[in-house]
Design a protein around this ligand. Structure first.
Ligand code: 6PG
Length: 252
């Protein structure tokens, strides 16, 4: 059984925590933050998007003024931190959720959208294909800590402490060479996930956590509980945690 204690964890001193009143305020703060990051630097801006339900409100905000009209879509590239291994039109698809909430409403060039391939491949072949796409985008096969792959990686936090599709006990937790892995040993759907090396190659990682059902697991994350895969995310850059008051309730 792979242990998630095999990788480093971001020291709490580098975790920048912001507690927002409610999910709507969290989404607005995250939208303001993302727009500020995207417009504070020139050149290509790459984002690894989170799946799940929490980021949907953020994506819907970005699809509307003022964010839609201010965001640098033409030089932004969107990837996914993980994907369920289903067709892109499946209701469980993270790509479908993001297309409905954001991508179909903004002037982003189609070539700047990089969904995880999930049709016509085995999960393992899909992971390898996505890794090739990331390497082509990055322009190298080895990640340089001084040149992160992503400007921002957005992450969620599962009730069991998973993030992306890095689930407790999954073999992918121990992957330190490949950038993308197939997750077929977790319960439920097969998934494709960025591995720790790829997630860590981020100038900024931002966790978005909302709801009272997350307050126990978020408190454990803040304590650096090594049993949680999310506790081992250690980006080369800054680690932000945007959390609503309900999810922060158990922090004491
Ligand atoms: C997914 C996500 C997953 C998610 C967490 C939190 O594909 O579901 O990548 O890691 O971020 O499970 O999900 P919620 O935001 O729905 O609570």
């Amino acid at each position: 059984m792979a242990s998630s204690s095999q990788v480093g964890a971001a020291p709490v001193s580098r975790q920048r925590l912001e507690i927002l009143a409610d999910p709507e305020t969290l989404a607005k703060r995250a939208a303001d933050w993302l727009l500020d990051v995207a417009t504070s630097e020139a050149g290509i801006f790459s984002v690894a998007l989170s799946g799940g339900s929490t980021p949907r409100a953020l994506y819907e905000l970005l699809a509307r003024p003022p964010y839609r009209d201010a965001f640098p879509w033409a030089r932004s590239h969107f990837f996914w931190g993980d994907e369920r291994f289903v067709p892109h039109d499946d209701p469980q698809s993270n790509f479908r959720m993001t297309r409905e909430a954001l991508l179909s409403h903004v002037p982003i060039p189609a070539e700047n959208i990089h969904p995880v391939p999930t049709q016509g491949f085995s999960p393992e072949a899909a992971a390898a294909a996505y890794q090739r796409e990331l390497m082509t985008f990055y322009g190298a096969e080895k990640l340089d800590p001084k040149r992160p792959l992503f400007g921002v990686t957005l992450l969620g936090l599962g009730a069991d402490g998973h993030t992306a599709s890095l689930f407790p006990g999954a073999a992918a937790l121990a992957e330190r060479r490949r950038w993308v892995a197939a997750v077929t040993d977790a319960k439920g759907l097969a998934r494709i996930t960025l591995t720790y090396p790829a997630i860590e190659s981020s100038r900024r990682v931002a966790f978005l956590v909302a709801g009272k059902e997350k307050n126990a697991i978020f408190a454990r994350l803040r304590r650096g509980d090594g049993a949680l895969p999310a506790a081992h995310v250690n980006p080369v850059g800054d680690l932000w945690q945007f959390v609503d008051a309900a999810a922060a309730q158990a922090l004491g």
